[in-house]
Design a protein around this ligand. Sequence first.
Ligand code: HEM
Ligand SMILES: *[C@@H]1O[C@H](CO)[C@@H](O)[C@H](O)[C@H]1NC(C)=O
Ligand SMILES: *[C@@H]1O[C@H](CO)[C@@H](O)[C@H](O)[C@H]1NC(C)=O
Ligand SMILES: *[C@@H]1O[C@H](CO)[C@@H](O)[C@H](O)[C@H]1NC(C)=O
Ligand SMILES: *[C@@H]1O[C@H](CO)[C@@H](O)[C@H](O)[C@H]1NC(C)=O
Ligand SMILES: *[C@@H]1O[C@H](CO)[C@@H](O)[C@H](O)[C@H]1NC(C)=O
Ligand SMILES: *[C@@H]1O[C@H](CO)[C@@H](O)[C@H](O)[C@H]1NC(C)=O
Length: 315
Amino acid sequence: MASSLSVLVLLCLATAAKAQLSPNFYSRSCPRALATIKAAVTAAVAQETRMGASLLRLHFHDCFVQGCDASVLLNDTANFTGEQTAFPNAGSIRGLNVIDNIKAQVEAVCKQTVSCADILAVAARDSVVALGGPSWRVLLGRRDSTTANISQANSDLPAPSLDLANLTAAFAKKSLSRSDMVALSGAHTIGQAQCQNFRAHIYNDTNVNSTFATLRKANCPAASGSGDGNLAPLDVTTPTAFDNAYYGNLLVQSGLLHSDQQLFNGGPTDRLVRTYASTPRRFNRDFALAMVRMGNISPLTGTQGQIRLTCSKVN
Ligand code: HEM
Ligand SMILES: *[C@@H]1O[C@H](CO)[C@@H](O)[C@H](O)[C@H]1NC(C)=O
Ligand SMILES: *[C@@H]1O[C@H](CO)[C@@H](O)[C@H](O)[C@H]1NC(C)=O
Ligand SMILES: *[C@@H]1O[C@H](CO)[C@@H](O)[C@H](O)[C@H]1NC(C)=O
Ligand SMILES: *[C@@H]1O[C@H](CO)[C@@H](O)[C@H](O)[C@H]1NC(C)=O
Ligand SMILES: *[C@@H]1O[C@H](CO)[C@@H](O)[C@H](O)[C@H]1NC(C)=O
Ligand SMILES: *[C@@H]1O[C@H](CO)[C@@H](O)[C@H](O)[C@H]1NC(C)=O
């Protein structure tokens, strides 16, 4: 009796600990939520293609800090420090106003029902689809944090200077596998990076295609300073299409970031890079699966956190 009771208690604890997200979470409470988000994302990407990349990255930068809880969206105030001034975010994350705007549209159809964390997850999927990539069912039911953690943003968001072992460790810390890391890095098939983030790679690394390095050096001076913010596409081949060209670039040593080229540098991930370069269907499938896993990183559920009214501030 005592032991069957403790088994029951353990089962309940296990259920409580494993967050329960569901694709149908809003199907009764806000049936128009997903269509509202999709229309807004499609319009934003039609207006500026890069916004698709920026929205995808926001979900990543949310999930890697305190889990997918929309902490990245909170503005600094006089008595609150958010994550937006952390090194990986400052002067780099984009699309915050687009998310605030989508949230206003969603609030107009369902008052205080849909979380900002879920809007980020859906907007990431809709962005990938808008740029020609795979689709997947987004699991929903996340709630929004009342806190943020700038020191965790600085420590846990991977830097472009990391080597393969460090990248693998950064993803393992979030319970994501090395294979997930390779698939998720395929997000760099869209979007842009600043010279300061790829300068050391194109000037000093040895595993760089010399034609590619020359191309990128033309708009990224060796000396830090005024050229720091100059932009280059992360995918030199098809910069605005969500496809598998990122991996093909790695095969000819034309990854833009040091961290990108680490995935194809004579190590254990070379094989998977070759597979994704040759088999777009495998990449599409694995990317979608890995996005769902990334979206599962420690969500707030049930009565935890809150449903924000405005994504950039706590209620
Ligand atoms: C593997 C480790 C990763 C590192 C080291 C990394 C690093 C970076 C850096 C340095 C930039 C350029 C930022 C700038 O110069 O302003 C960037 C851009 C971007 N990252 Fe990553 N990233 C990683 C993984 C990911 C993942 C997992 C995703 C999404 C699933 C992602 C999506 C993006 C996108 C879409 C952009 C372009 C954003 C834009 O154009 O606004 N990255 N990343
Ligand atoms: C921060 O200040 C605002 C007013 O400026 C106040 O409403 C809020 O409770 C304060 N928050 C904290 C955590 O002290
Ligand atoms: C913020 O993150 C750091 C590093 O992960 C952690 O040590 C610290 O406990 C966190 N702070 C809060 C208030 O959760
Ligand atoms: C990178 O990994 C090496 C071991 O492979 C370790 O010594 C080093 O501290 C790591 N650096 C970072 C920034 O995590
Ligand atoms: C390249 O490496 C040299 C020697 O370590 C260093 O002085 C220089 O600043 C580096 N250049 C870039 C662009 O990182
Ligand atoms: C450098 O890039 C060019 C253009 O993609 C390619 O034709 C060439 O084979 C690459 N060289 C190496 C060594 O990968
Ligand atoms: C947060 O900051 C952005 C950018 O400065 C601004 O547009 C937005 O109105 C701010 N949100 C709040 C609630 O103040």
